[in-house]
Design a protein around this ligand. Structure first.
Ligand code: AMP
Ligand code: MG
Length: 355
């Protein structure tokens, strides 16, 4: 196995099956020793630690600069580990697991007392999922441990969708990263809370509200919690600004025919004031705009493809050194709901509605 090192962090290549098996073995050993390893999942790269090892999990918060009350998702390889972590496990959980696992759906369930508080941010619930990326699965099996793993970025930065993104943020702060190439989904998992009276989506993702509602035979919607309400959020992660590029991002929402003129007008305004202005737009809108700092997310007909490229685009704007980013908005349906949720978070309230 070729092993590179970047600022003290091992980089294990895992791009073909043979390399994958070797990388999983080496990385599993480090995890069993209580060390931190970043690994690819189908959603984003995760920063893993043995979920039973409090000291190891504490290192995650330190490496990321993550607030201690923001709980972690525990990645598992099968039902035996689920039963070790959660109790009681409602029938809906088994139904959802059968349909969507391995895959980008996280279930929030009542936790067993043995689950360390540091994993759950002191909550009485634990968030669990089985990822479907072959490297993640190989690693979980080899380590034979549940892995607490938030996204492998510095807190507040866009989630990493390549090993390079991980190294940009965390080289020298973690033991190793397994490089399994770019992530397929590119946005964090759907988080579904099953610990309340009715199931609630705390975070939208690639598994959509419609798919969950159809399977459960009841209407599941995104939590209506709003920052301004002053109420306690159902998921601590909701209250933090997430996924933010370095430059302020303005999200323009409106009908497609208004977006072009809206973007042109805003661009003129920012450029007239001497700002390097980034444009983050669809393939349909791009031909009507001109800029040295224009990035195309993809076609409006392919929201999943746009979602997969979002975080890389945000990090590209960082490297371009733009002063401001103007982003096109999309219909918030299906995967588009998750895409718009992340764009809104990146905008941190800077939303322009075009009438
Ligand atoms: P990350 O893995 O960095 O995407 O963050 C995990 C997300 O899952 C955070 O936004 C948390 O708020 C959410 N989460 C994890 N555990 C729980 C839990 N027990 N209850 C509610 N939300 C949770
Ligand atoms: Mg995160």
């Amino acid at each position: 196995m070729t092993v590179k090192k970047r600022a003290g962090t091992y980089v294990y290549e895992a791009k073909d099956p043979a390399a994958m098996a070797k990388a999983a073995k080496a990385a599993a050993k480090l995890l069993q020793q209580g060390k931190l390893v970043a690994f690819p999942t189908e959603t984003v790269y995760g920063l893993g630690a043995n979920a039973w090892d409090e000291k190891a999990v504490e290192k995650i918060f330190f490496a990321k600069g993550r607030p201690a009350d923001n709980p972690l998702i525990v990645h598992i390889s099968g039902p035996r580990q689920l039963e070790a972590l959660a109790d009681p496990i409602p029938a809906e959980a088994w139904l959802l697991a059968e349909r969507f696992w391995p895959g980008p759906l996280t279930l929030v369930l009542p936790k067993k007392t043995q689950v360390p508080d540091v994993v759950t941010g002191g909550l009485k619930t634990v968030a669990v999922r089985i990822p479907r990326h072959p490297v993640a699965l190989a690693l979980l099996q080899e380590a034979d441990l549940p892995l607490a793993a938030p996204s492998a970025n510095l807190s507040g930065r866009p989630s990493p969708t390549t090993a390079e993104h991980v190294l940009t943020d965390l080289a020298g702060r973690i033991e190793a990263v397994v490089d399994g190439g770019p992530c397929e989904v590119g946005l964090e998992s759907t988080v579904l809370d099953l610990s309340r009276e009715t199931p609630q989506i705390l975070r939208p993702g690639a598994v959509t509200a419609q798919e969950i509602s159809e399977l459960l035979g009841q209407n599941c919607v995104l939590t209506r919690w709003q920052e301004e309400s002053g109420a306690k959020p159902p998921s601590p992660g909701l209250k933090y600004l997430h996924y933010a590029p370095q430059a302020p991002l303005y999200l323009l929402r409106g009908e497609p025919q208004r977006l072009v003129s809206g973007l042109q007008k805003e661009q003129q305004k920012w450029e007239a004031a001497g700002n390097k202005t980034g444009l983050l737009v669809s393939a349909e809108t791009a031909p009507f705009l001109q800029s040295d700092y224009l990035l195309v997310l993809g076609s409006r007909t392919d929201p999943a493809g746009m979602a997969a490229r979002l975080y890389d685009a945000l990090r590209r704007f960082d490297r371009l050194g733009v002063d401001v980013i103007l982003a096109e908005g999309y219909p918030a349906t299906g995967v588009g709901l998750a895409l718009m949720n992340r764009l809104q978070k990146a905008a941190g309230g800077r939303v322009i509605d075009l009438e």
